[in-house]
Every structure is written in structure tokens, then in C-alpha cells.
Design a protein around this ligand. Structure first.
Ligand code: URA
Length: 218
């Protein structure tokens, strides 16, 4: 039987699927919602769907998501045991970064309500767009990375680099940034475990997204 949280999320998902509230809807196949365990004490908030996510209807399953999964695995987390979501639900044309106005409009309709329903113990904000929405438009990932803050809704949040940033780096800079992300994820898990000591963060194997999701349209 679905829990009250799952029922609320299912209702939000129906609303999201039918959403035509802004111009971004016309440029993507369909909105992309969230994925994972509604009862998880840890939620990851990223930017918005890219091409692979738009095609498959699942957040963070393209190259960035695959790198994130490796980083999560290294700290003992699989994606099915946490919940991952985005600030913005529709892929902007050409994969451009959404504007603050677009992000704010979408987040008020969905992300804000998802988080109110989920009541996570810990949020990981991936990259600048998530940080801008969760902390404030002046925040910069270069300064905030690795530090904790409270969101407007009162959720403990740690900022870390977005995996797409890691993919753009190379050499020593990439290695150093990957270690930063490793330590941030480790800190996020430790804090979530303080609140929920018995929570199991890791399944036996990484979640096989491409066995469960298929292309929405060829
Ligand atoms: N895919 C997502 O779902 N979110 C991002 O921020 C990047 C890629």
C-alpha cells in the first residue's frame, strides 16, 4: 500500500505530467520528475533534465547522472535508496542553463512542494542552479561548496559541484574536484545517518536505470 507521502508525490507527478504553465514545456518531450525512495532522509537536487533525461523521463541518467552514481557508490549509496530531483522539470531548448525566473517559477510549482512533502533530513545541492534556488541568487558554488546552510524551508543542505562541471575538468583539477564531491557526499550521508541511524543507503548493485526506463519517443 502506498504511504501518504507516496500518494502526495503520485498526485504531484500527475500534475507535473499535465503541466503547460510555461514556455519550456513546448521545447521538451515531457516534464521529468523525480526518482527514488520517498522515505529517504537524503535528497539530491540538481539543475534540470538534459537530452538523455528528456528522452527517458528520469532525472540524472545521462553522463552527469552516471558520474554521480559512481560517486554515490563510492560512499555507499545507490540511487534507488535516495531521491533525486531537479529545480526545473522541462529541458530548456539546446540544454541552456535555465534563467533564475524560469527556475523560480518551476520550483515554486513543484520542487518546493516535493520537499515539503518529503521532509528530507539532508539535501545535497548539486551546482549553481540548485544553490541559487535553495540558498539565494547571490550564492556561488565556488564559495559555498562543502558548507552547510538551511534552505528557506529549513532543510539542512550541503552544496557540492555538479557532475557536469567535473566532466568539463581534466587532470589534477578534475581529481581534486572529485575528491571534494566525495567528501561532501560522505558528510551528507553521515548527517542523514545521525537522524536515521538504521536507514540502508546501499542496495546490492547500482540501480539499472536502462533496464527500467525506455525512450519516451524515438
Ligand atoms: N540531468 C539532470 O537530471 N539534472 C541535471 O542537473 C543534469 C543532468
Amino acid at each position: 500500500m502506498a504511504s501518504p507521502k507516496e500518494e502526495t508525490l503520485a498526485e504531484l507527478a500527475r500534475e507535473l505530467a499535465a503541466c503547460t504553465a510555461c514556455h519550456l514545456r513546448g521545447d521538451c518531450l515531457a516534464p521529468v520528475g523525480w526518482f527514488g525512495a520517498a522515505d529517504s532522509p537524503l535528497v539530491i537536487v540538481a539543475e534540470g533534465p538534459g537530452g538523455v533525461e528528456d528522452a527517458y523521463g528520469c532525472p540524472l541518467i545521462g553522463p552527469s547522472g552516471q558520474l554521480l552514481d559512481k560517486a554515490l557508490w563510492s560512499v555507499g549509496i545507490t540511487r534507488d535508496r535516495i531521491l533525486t530531483t531537479n529545480v526545473i522539470k522541462c529541458r530548456p531548448r539546446g540544454n541552456r542553463t535555465p534563467t533564475l525566473e524560469e527556475a523560480d517559477f518551476c520550483a515554486k510549482r513543484f520542487l518546493f512542494r516535493e520537499l515539503a512533502c518529503l521532509q528530507p533530513k539532508v539535501i545535497v545541492a548539486l551546482g549553481n542552479v540548485a544553490l541559487h534556488y535553495l540558498l539565494g541568487p547571490e550564492a556561488r558554488i565556488s564559495r559555498a561548496r562543502g558548507s552547510w546552510f538551511q534552505t528557506y524551508q529549513g532543510f539542512a543542505t550541503i552544496a557540492t559541484y555538479h557532475p557536469s562541471y567535473l566532466l568539463r575538468l581534466s587532470g589534477q583539477a578534475q581529481i581534486a574536484a572529485k575528491w571534494d564531491v566525495f567528501h561532501d557526499l560522505e558528510a551528507a550521508k553521515a548527517k542523514a545517518l545521525e537522524a536515521c541511524p538504521d536507514y540502508v543507503f546501499k542496495s546490492e548493485r547500482p540501480y539499472p536505470f536502462f533496464e527500467h526506463f525506455s525512450r519516451r519517443r524515438e
